[in-house]
Design a protein around this ligand. Structure first.
Ligand code: ADP
Ligand code: MG
Length: 536
């Protein structure tokens, strides 16, 4: 091909039938987000850009508008309405929003739009005649797991369809040679898990010198998984332009102290966006806790599976890899089509299990928490905590697999002697989410409270005690932007007027239209109406 001056990146390239089918073939079926509109949103920070109501308002260019329509996204979700203009205005962003709220497109759409608008960077024009052995992406998205990274990459391919931008993905546990060959075909937007990216940097396959956008997706989870050294290595100790010279966006379901510190270190004069009851669960998930002794768990599980009918997808969480294999084998022997994912299974096995689950071929998926994190599995009807986790945040993440994007969901947890460590947080959470609280669990919680006093729970973890835990910490206390601490001691301080912040009682607790009509009674999943709960 001859180069006749720089290509115009803002113009639609020719369509490609085969690719179009692959990318948009099983697209979203037009979820009705109308009742989602009332979800409380709070954006704070200097000169906060105002939100939009439609994709059209943002002047995203013809490529994005074409691909938004192809994806059947009629209107933006609340997090998209707020985050897109902030990113478009070239501001840094710290966003807290619950799972399933549409965070992926909220950053991909404005980033790609700007990449199309700004066109082929100078360095790429110079590079065309040289070898491609080292790629210099313009945008980098870090994600905790390979499944999540692949999902983001797939979404990126949709929005980059008919453009000059080529998204790539790299993650651990897969053939690095194949990934390196794919990079060499060109990489403008790179989605990566932190470990594999460090590997690619050290092999000289990727250079971060020309990064304009960095996204940390599911930042809280990346820290939970111990990726902080790799993240700092990538963002702070390599050749990436410094904070302020690049745009940095962080997304997280919760906002504990560790994330606040990362935000302080990586972001420049950022906007803090809180969407919904962050770190909490929505009321469209019915949460049921049942007392089940260890020995009875298997037969109880079979009862639940029988009650839910063959076609509804059920995700079963167990604590250990060994436990996952054992339960998967048991279900298989009992004639239940199940699959299993955990960290010891190969990438191929995990992908196959996930594919069979999504398609309904094996409607029961047994998983450990780490392996299941971040998966976008639509229509999971039932999450079963066969083994409860030991901390409430993990519980919130797990049950977030159901009741997504407007669907009704059910979460059942097996509770016994072993789970007393989580009981107080569970009860607080059930009350906050307006769920039925069995009296036996209340008395256990009461016991735990009178025995443990207030000492056990770390201060910054007390986010279910009836107050909204994920706030812009810069607004709290006297320390302003430089304050390291989080949690309670700050929450009780008055907010400085300078930020124009809402008073503490801001409507996050009223819940607005957030699922009020749904009763607390327990239903087997089959009893749920087939349509989603806001009536599409
Ligand atoms: P999150 O990252 O917040 O958990 P995702 O970005 O994975 O959520 O989005 C959840 C689902 O909602 C995905 O299947 C996505 O395709 C769909 N979705 C996102 N935005 C829209 C929209 N504006 N209209 C319709 N569907 C959407
Ligand atoms: Mg996501």
């Amino acid at each position: 091909m001859r180069e006749e001056g720089p290509a115009d990146w803002s113009k639609l390239l020719a369509p490609n039938d085969r690719l179009e089918k692959e990318l948009f073939g099983n697209s979203n079926t037009g979820i009705n987000f109308d009742k989602y509109e009332d979800i409380p949103v709070e954006a704070t920070g200097e000169d906060c850009p105002t939100n939009v109501e439609s994709f059209a308002e943002l002047e995203l260019g013809e490529i994005i508008m074409n691909n938004v329509a192809m994806s059947k996204y009629d209107k933006p979700t609340p997090v998209q309405k707020h985050a897109m203009p902030i990113i478009k205005k070239k501001r840094d962003l710290m966003a807290c929003a619950q799972t399933g709220s549409g965070k992926t497109a909220s950053f991909l759409v404005p980033i790609l739009s700007q990449m199309f608008e700004e066109g082929q960077p100078e360095f790429l024009r110079e590079q065309t005649n040289r070898n491609n052995r080292k790629q210099y992406p313009i945008a980098l998205v870090l994600a905790p797991t390979r499944e999540l990274a692949s999902q983001i990459w797939e979404e990126a391919r949709k929005f980059a369809y008919r453009s000059h931008v080529r998204p790539c993905v790299v993650y651990g546990g897969a053939d690095i040679g194949a990934q390196m060959r794919d990079l060499q075909k060109g990489c403008h937007l790179l989605v990566a898990t932190p470990g594999r990216l460090v590997d690619m940097l050290e092999r000289g396959k990727v250079g971060l010198d020309h990064i304009r956008f960095v996204v940390l997706d599911e930042a809280d989870r990346m820290l939970d998984m111990g990726f902080e050294p790799q993240i700092r290595r990538i963002v702070e100790k390599d050749t990436m332009p410094p904070t302020g010279k690049r745009r940095t966006l962080m997304f997280s379901a919760t906002f504990p102290k560790e994330i606040q510190i990362l935000a302080r270190d990586f972001l420049h004069n950022y906007i803090f966006l809180a969407v919904g009851r962050v770190g909490s669960t929505s009321e469209n998930i019915t949460q049921k806790v049942v007392w089940v002794e260890e020995n009875d768990k298997r037969s109880f599980l079979l009862d639940l599976l029988n009650a839910s009918g063959p076609e509804s997808l059920t995700l079963v969480f167990v604590e250990t890899k060994k436990g996952a294999d054992a339960l998967d084998n048991f279900l298989y022997n009992e004639g239940y089509p199940s699959a299993c994912i955990h960290g010891d299974r190969s990438q191929k096995e995990r992908e196959e299990a996930l594919r069979n689950f999504r398609s309904g071929k094996t409607p029961v998926l047994v998983a450990t928490a780490v392996a299941a994190r971040g998966l976008d599995i639509p229509n999971v009807k039932h999450v079963i905590n066969f083994d409860l986790p030991s901390d409430i945040e993990e519980y919130v993440h797990r049950i977030g697999r159901t009741g997504r994007v407007g669907n009704l969901g059910l979460a059942t947890s097996f509770f016994n002697e072993k789970n007393k460590n989580i009981v107080r947080d569970m009860v607080d959470l059930l009350i906050e989410a307006k769920q039925e609280v069995p009296s036996w669990i209340e008395s256990i919680a009461y016991e735990a409270r009178s025995m443990g006093g207030s000492g056990r729970r770390p201060q910054n973890k007390s986010r279910f005690g009836g107050s909204f835990g994920s706030r812009d910490y810069r607004q709290m206390g006297a320390g302003g932007g430089g304050t390291r601490g989080g949690g309670n001691q700050m929450r009780s301080n008055p907010m400085p007027q300078a930020f124009g912040g809402a008073p503490m009682g801001y409507g996050f607790h009223q819940g607005g239209g957030y699922g009020g009509s749904y009763g607390g009674a327990y239903h087997a999943p089959a009893a749920h109406p087939a349509h989603d709960w806001w009536g599409s």
